[in-house]
Write a protein that binds this ligand. Structure first.
Ligand SMILES: NC(=O)c1ccc[n+]([C@@H]2O[C@H](COP(=O)([O-])OP(=O)(O)OC[C@H]3O[C@@H](n4cnc5c(N)ncnc54)[C@H](O)[C@@H]3O)[C@@H](O)[C@H]2O)c1
Length: 329
């Protein structure tokens, strides 16, 4: 496939670009580098610009006819979305509308969209499937759910077919250690643990909430390896070659690991004792979030290759150990 990856310089997009190129697909990347890194996409055809810039996107989409557009562009800090909803709705919803407009104008009709478990809000059941009520509890989740609903309407009205992939917690790095997770600020657990280890304990590791109704009191999450996200995106792209309409799938491994279990696994991988600071709960953090990804497995034929937390951390550690981003300032 000829694939246009919007947001391809980010953490997940750059891994998918690499996996898709390794699988023989032809890749072009668009990114405004607001949170992405150009060094993560060395060697790829790259156009720097904003997906909301109609003239820029029209120029990119006119030159080539892509079999598929993948859309990873978003701001994705939940807390920030509560403090500054305008930026989140502008970037995540309005700019997406512009992208859809230029796709429509240039005859591009297939999209894979990065959605999130945040569309569900507080879980009403242990393993969340796609039928779980959509009650997002912050502007980030609400914006993603708005885009999903827009995509449903666009499929019905304009025949623009889409797959929305609702990721749980993306984690890990490409085993080549050439790319990895680098957000600023970093709010994700595994990079923060490894950052603390790489700093020799100089950087404090905060654990938010140790009094939840979970076996060890810390939050439980479903961690999915970024290369398993990549295989799901490629299968979703193939699925759209022969299936029309709007589709949504959860992506997780179906198992939860507590924060303290993740720390223990990181100790085993790094061979170092990891100290942490127990902190208050963060508002809006549910105790347990675990995916039921049966639908993706049965419909797309997807299977995650990484199903335990230690093997995920093992891929992340070599990259973090060597990354400038993880050295103390
Ligand atoms: N990381 C996770 O655990 C997770 C979980 C669920 C969903 N998601 C979603 O997956 C997607 C990718 O997440 P990530 O962790 O790789 O984030 P990231 O910030 O590393 O990547 C996003 C990329 O999009 C680019 N971008 C943002 N707005 C843009 C715009 N208007 N025009 C052009 N480029 C733009 C950024 O520069 C960046 O390269 C996001 O949509 C995020 O909401 C991530």
């Amino acid at each position: 496939m000829k694939i246009l990856i919007c947001g391809g310089a980010g953490y997940i997009g750059s891994h998918i670009a690499k996996a898709a190129a390794d699988a023989g697909h032809q890749i072009t990347i668009v990114d405004n580098l607001v949170t992405g890194h150009q060094e993560s996409i060395a060697g790829f055809e790259f156009h720097q610009g904003d997906i909301g810039d109609l003239a820029f996107m029209e120029s990119v989409l006119k030159v080539n006819s892509y079999d598929l557009v993948m859309h990873f562009c978003a701001f994705s800090l939940v807390g920030e979305s509560v403090k500054d909803p305008a930026s989140y709705y502008q970037n995540n919803v309005a700019q997406t509308l512009n992208l859809l407009q230029t796709m429509k104008q240039t005859g591009h009709k297939r999209l894979v969209f990065s959605s999130t478990a945040a569309v569900y809000g507080n879980p009403e059941q242990q393993a969340i499937n796609e039928n779980h009520p959509k009650n997002p509890i912050n502007p980030y989740g609400r914006g993603k759910w708005m885009v999903e609903q827009i995509l449903l309407d666009y499929a019905q009205a304009y025949g623009m077919d889409s797959v929305c992939l609702r990721y749980f917690n993306a984690a890990g790095a490409d085993p080549s250690a050439s790319i990895g997770e680098k957000h600023n600020p970093e709010t994700h657990l595994i990079p923060n643990i490894l950052k603390s280890v790489a700093s020799g304990g100089e950087l404090t590791l905060n654990v938010f909430g140790t009094d939840y109704q979970t076996p060890d009191g810390s939050c439980v999450r479903d961690y999915i390896h970024v290369n398993d996200l990549a295989s799901a995106h490629l299968l979703a792209g193939e699925y759209l070659q022969s299936n029309s309409g709007y589709h949504a799938f959860n992506l997780g491994i179906g198992k939860g690991f507590s924060v303290l279990e993740v720390i223990k696994a990181a100790e085993a991988v790094t061979g170092q004792k990891i100290e942490y600071k127990p902190c208050d709960r963060r508002p809006g953090d549910p105790p347990v979030l675990v995916a039921d990804s049966t639908l993706a497995q049965n419909t797309l034929g997807w299977q995650p290759a990484y199903t335990d937390i230690e093997s995920i951390i093992k891929t992340a550690w070599p990259w973090h150990k060597n990354s400038e981003a993880f050295k103390p300032q």
